[in-house]
Design a protein around this ligand. Structure first.
Ligand SMILES: Cc1cc2nc3c(=O)[nH]c(=O)nc-3n(C[C@H](O)[C@H](O)[C@H](O)COP(=O)(O)OP(=O)(O)OC[C@H]3O[C@@H](n4cnc5c(N)ncnc54)[C@H](O)[C@@H]3O)c2cc1C
Length: 474
């Protein structure tokens, strides 16, 4: 998975909202570094023009997660660079890991170079801890049902369920919830921590009335046109011969299409002059003056209505996917029962704010420019395939985008960190839940803002930072 870091502007906003400068990029950098072991791009296997600058000074070689680059760089990515350059974007020298994301570059990915396979929290942190720790018990296939509190609102453990049997795990010191942006708020709510009226409607006894639990959901909602192109892309997997060839390359030499997750380049841009109204443009300044407003995540395949890119039309396709990164719409999470066996109800509410509709139109039009430059035209076959040039007016485009829009799976901010004086804050800057003691949440749900980019590296850095708080008792 892509492994960029949050940029300095986003972390400045994070520090402002929480009143804690330890979240500024320079102060978070040691935790980012602690997360991973970095391996530079393999120049022998990647095509020569996939220039992949990085800054070794912002990486380390001692963390459990493996950060490297796929041994296959998608040929279309070199054309994408040409297109972005023609649009005036600059090549980044720090590989989106040094606090600057204004421009375009190849981020590192969470790939273990030894196997060209995914390096996940399971293959890295968990496996390492299992090798070196004797007091770690992992309960597999076990669902947390409820956090337990004593009479003084101290978290004392959790009820869990495995194989239909419920039992209690007791905590000597504290309980840490890390169930992600949708299920951490759910677990808090069924345990009595959340908006009192919601809890009462399901007969849940209120332990801490926190109206912010489950609110403020951010995500990056993607849209994109698609183009048929003259170079090999991941879309070619619809041809069995390509799958056989890619499988052999992977098995024999850890190279080829299968080492790449289907997208290389990320780019960050702002709306071109006059592409959005002054009122919306002025409202965006509330984010920060260092906050890109368009994020490109290039897909090496056909997208269409995102039903299944593998079953798109035969041939090679590319999609310059874009998301607006300063959205005004917010989603929410709520519960449909007092039982975590039932799914939480997720309402992303993408594009519900009219300003977001205006911005997504502008972002989509910008993405249409990448493959229509005279510099990129030689790689494109015919006109735009999806939605097609007959989708031309704002109303027509918006109708398509409302149907196409889908999640980048960057859901976050549903237990937002902030000062207790803000009634929508759920945790303090060390992840401690307000109104109770010995309970923390540590995951993407406690982001106060969703930085432009992809979140996993920041989730890991945040976890390292709070782990340090816990270990040092600070
Ligand atoms: C398809 C996909 C692609 C993505 N690609 C990228 C990418 O390229 N780059 C990037 O930066 N980010 C990417 N992301 C986003 C990234 O994975 C998330 O931001 C990140 O995993 C969030 O971490 P988290 O710890 O908050 O939650 P999670 O990683 O979701 O971890 C929560 C864990 O809690 C468990 N859990 C939930 N409820 C309970 C319960 N009641 N009892 C017990 N366990 C429970 C879940 O099973 C899960 O293991 C992607 C996400 C998806 C889905």
């Amino acid at each position: 998975m892509w492994f960029p870091r949050a940029h300095a502007g986003a972390l400045k906003k994070w520090a402002e909202l929480t009143g804690d400068n330890s979240f500024l990029f320079a102060n978070l950098l040691p935790y980012y570094k602690k997360v991973s072991t970095f391996t530079p791009p393999n120049k022998k296997t990647r095509i020569a023009n996939a220039t992949t600058p990085y800054d070794p000074s912002v990486w380390s070689n001692s963390g459990p997660v493996q950060a490297s680059y796929p041994n296959w760089a998608n040929p279309i990515s070199s054309w994408i660079e040409i297109g972005l350059k023609a649009l005036g974007l600059k090549a980044l020298s720090g590989g989106l890991a040094d606090g600057n994301i204004w421009g375009y570059g190849y981020p590192a990915s969470t790939i273990d170079p030894a196997q060209e396979s995914r390096s996940s929290s399971s293959t890295s942190y968990l496996r390492e801890a299992l090798k070196t720790t004797t007091n770690l018990n992992v309960y597999k296939n076990t669902l947390a049902k409820k956090v337990l509190f004593d009479g003084s609102k101290k978290a004392t453990g959790a009820v869990v369920e495995a194989g239909g049997v419920e039992f209690t795990l007791s905590a000597n010191r504290e309980v840490i919830v890390s169930a992600g942006f949708a299920r951490s708020p759910q677990l808090l709510m069924v345990s009595g921590v959340g908006p009192a009226s919601t809890l009462q409607s399901y007969g849940i006894q209120v332990v801490s009335d926190l109206p912010g639990v489950g609110q403020n959901m951010w995500d990056h909602a993607l849209v994109s046109p698609s183009y048929q192109v003259k170079v090999l892309t991941h879309n070619a997997f619809s041809d069995p011969a390509v799958i056989i060839d890619a499988t052999n390359s992977y098995r024999n030499s850890l190279t080829g299409l299968l080492t790449n997750n289907g997208g290389d380049i990320l780019a960050f841009d702002k709306f071109p002059n006059a592409s959005i109204s002054k009122a919306t443009s002025d409202a965006i300044t509330a984010f920060s003056n260092d906050w890109p407003t368009i994020m490109f995540m290039f897909l090496d395949a056909y997208l269409g209505y995102n039903e299944n890119s593998g079953t798109g039309p035969a041939g090679n396709y590319a999609s310059p996917m874009v998301a607006i990164t300063a959205p005004f719409s917010r989603g929410n999470i709520t519960i449909s029962s007092a039982d975590t066996n039932d799914n939480p109800v997720v309402s992303p509410n993408w594009l519900s704010d009219p300003r977001d509709q205006e911005m997504v139109l502008a972002a989509f039009k910008r993405s249409r420019q990448v493959f229509t430059q005279k510099e990129t035209k030689p790689v494109v076959i015919g006109d735009e395939v999806f939605p097609g040039l007959d989708v031309a007016t704002d109303a027509q485009i918006l109708a398509v985008l409302k149907k196409q829009v889908f999640s980048a799976y960057h859901g976050s901010c549903t237990n937002a960190m902030g000062p207790q004086s803000n009634k929508m804050s759920v945790v303090d800057t060390k992840g401690r839940v307000y109104g109770v003691s010995s309970l923390r949440v540590v995951d993407a749900s406690i982001f106060p803002v969703l930085p432009p980019g992809a979140p996993q590296h920041t989730v890991y850095a945040l976890a390292e930072k709070i782990a340090n708080d816990i270990l040092t008792g600070s």
